[in-house]
Design a protein around this ligand. Structure first.
Ligand code: MSP
Length: 514
């Protein structure tokens, strides 16, 4: 298969089925969706995968508590997470659930392959185990005072036989790989953290759990008394979903981006995953895009802290695109950001209502009042016109570069500065004054100013399409255009709106109270 035909393949982490969707899940999906939509608009063929991580102890416990079978519990959860995607207008091409046959089949095949290659061995393990984290612990995981950090919950000492994957022998390779592939971890500063972790010798990875302790998992193909460790299971989704082992696989693999939160970089995505692939002779993904956390008053949102922001409430109140806009405008990809309802309302009111919404309504209003709702021909080219066109040339160039570099918050900042320039232009030209003038030149200025406002608005709608697809389409429709499918040719200042019939007044962002 020629390289050109390969899809731009992008994934999110698959969410744990035991919790309910929260702002962190919503953010990761929106971020990934914005990149996917941006790439499609650039003309690339994209494959976008998201999904649900359904095995493990916590799911088994939650199902038991609810008095239902684990699969029934997962089905209910899957519906909630599906709804989240729908409500956020996520354009994923596929949704993988780790309980699906297509996934389990690949996990088992890979385990068998590693076992046959001698990469997996059985050994007795004696040590500390955290049921909450489903993880074995070492002395070094303890607090300085000898207690266990709270995140591990109850820690018990156990002795059991388990299967281990020889990851230790890949340590040097991995260090070299990370050092030699600048793109592998984005933002780059996160790579330091991984290399720091790799300074300590890697212990072989326990990849099994005895069935008597955990039933809800994928049985090891070479020993049915055990199920697979949940991370080994979960990571494989990225290849099981795109047909590992079939001809289709090369169409997507290697992935261009795995979008993940910083909490699951070390060790799962930056250590286990590349080593699993290396041991299996599968190509390493191009890049891990590591985002930060949404905090609530400086703390990570978590069930136990009770500070979870429910994205569905915000969407219900403000609408999907304002919510998407807020997430992308406030978060510097890679950093953390504090969520605040006040800040949400401020963004909504000032950026969306006052800047964009106002531009839409005055453009429609004035065109109807002064030009029968038809976009006139632009007839003159004076200083205000030149200034606005220059502002666009600068904005479109830098905003696109920032999209490309994942700097969505600054890209949006630039775009909204441009929207304010159009509003300033409107005030400077003051069509309502020009309309009263008998001067022939003023008549031309009036027509030009309306054409310029409409064109500026069109361009703003086009460049906002990845972040606010519905608002973008709505504005383009109001201007008599269709939704933008490709950026190509749509980002240049032009006169394609000339003669276009505009819709009547429309309020895109109704005023909201606190
Ligand atoms: N199931 C694992 C991932 C397996 S991927 C092969 C998992 N699930 S999760 O539901 O806990 O988290 C899903 C994603 O949401 C992770 O990338 C995580 O970093 C992200 N977020 C969870 N809480 C978050 C915030 N408060 N803020 C931003 N994202 C965070 O981990």
């Amino acid at each position: 298969m020629s390289h050109k035909m390969k899809n731009f393949y992008i994934t999110t982490a698959i969410d744990y089925a035991n919790g309910s969707p929260h702002l962190g899940h919503a953010y990761e999906k929106v971020l990934t969706d914005v990149i996917a939509r941006y790439k499609r608009l650039r003309g690339e063929s994209v494959h976008f995968l998201t999904g649900l991580d359904e095995h493990g102890q916590k799911v088994q416990q939650s199902a038991r508590k609810a008095g239902i079978e684990p699969i029934e519990f997962c089905n209910q959860q899957a519906e909630k997470f599906h709804d989240l995607c729908k409500i956020l207008n996520i354009s994923n091409d596929d949704y993988i659930r780790t309980t699906e046959e297509r996934h389990k089949k690949v996990v088992r095949a890979l385990l068998q392959k590693l076992f046959d290659k001698g990469e997996i061995y059985k050994a007795e393990y004696k040590g500390f185990y955290s049921a909450r984290q489903e993880q074995f612990l070492l002395e070094k995981d303890k607090n300085e005072d000898g207690t266990w950090p709270e995140i591990f919950g109850d820690v018990v000492e156990i002795t059991e036989s388990n299967y281990f994957f020889k990851i230790g022998k890949y340590q040097d390779w991995l260090v070299e790989y990370i050092k030699g592939h600048e793109d592998f971890i984005f933002p780059r500063f996160r790579a330091k953290q991984v290399l720091e972790f790799l300074k300590e010798p890697l212990n072989d990875l326990c990849i099994s759990r005895p069935k008597e302790r955990l039933e809800w998992g994928i049985p090891l193909p070479f020993d049915e008394d055990y199920v697979t460790y949940v991370w080994f299971d979960a990571l494989v989704n990225y290849i099981s979903a795109v047909g590992y082992g079939t001809d289709d696989f090369a169409k997507n693999w290697p992935a261009n981006f795995h979008v993940i939160g910083k909490d699951i970089l070390v060790p799962p995505h930056s250590v286990y995953w590349p080593i699993m692939l290396k041991a299996l002779d599968i190509e390493i993904p191009q890049s891990l895009l590591v985002h930060g956390w949404w905090l609530s008053s400086g703390e990570k949102m978590s069930k136990s802290l009770g500070n979870i922001v429910n994205p569905l409430d915000l969407v219900a109140q403000f609408g999907t695109d304002p919510f998407r806009y807020f997430l992308m405008r406030e978060m510097n990809v890679g950093q953390d950001s504090d969520f605040s309802a006040d800040q949400f309302l401020t963004r909504y009111t000032s950026d969306l209502g006052n800047d964009l919404g106002n531009l839409v309504s005055r453009t429609l209003n004035m065109s109807h009042r002064y030009c029968e709702g038809i976009v006139p021909q632009s007839q003159i080219d004076e200083e205000p016109e030149k200034t606005l066109r220059d502002a666009w040339a600068e904005t479109s160039k830098s905003a696109m570069e920032m999209y490309e570099g994942m700097q969505f918050h600054t890209s949006l900042d630039k775009t909204f500065a441009f929207i304010r320039s159009i509003n300033r232009y409107a005030e400077q030209r003051a069509p309502w004054k020009l309309a009263k003038s008998e001067d022939a030149q003023d008549k031309l200025r009036l027509q030009t100013s309306l054409a310029y406002m409409a064109e500026g608005l069109r361009l703003s709608a086009v460049i906002l399409a990845p972040v606010m697809p519905q608002i973008s389409e709505k504005i383009l429709n109001l201007l008599g255009k269709n939704a933008v499918e490709k950026f190509d040719g749509e980002l240049e200042w032009g006169n394609s709106l000339q003669g276009s019939k505009l819709s009547p007044q429309e309020i895109l962002f109704p005023r909201m109270q606190k």
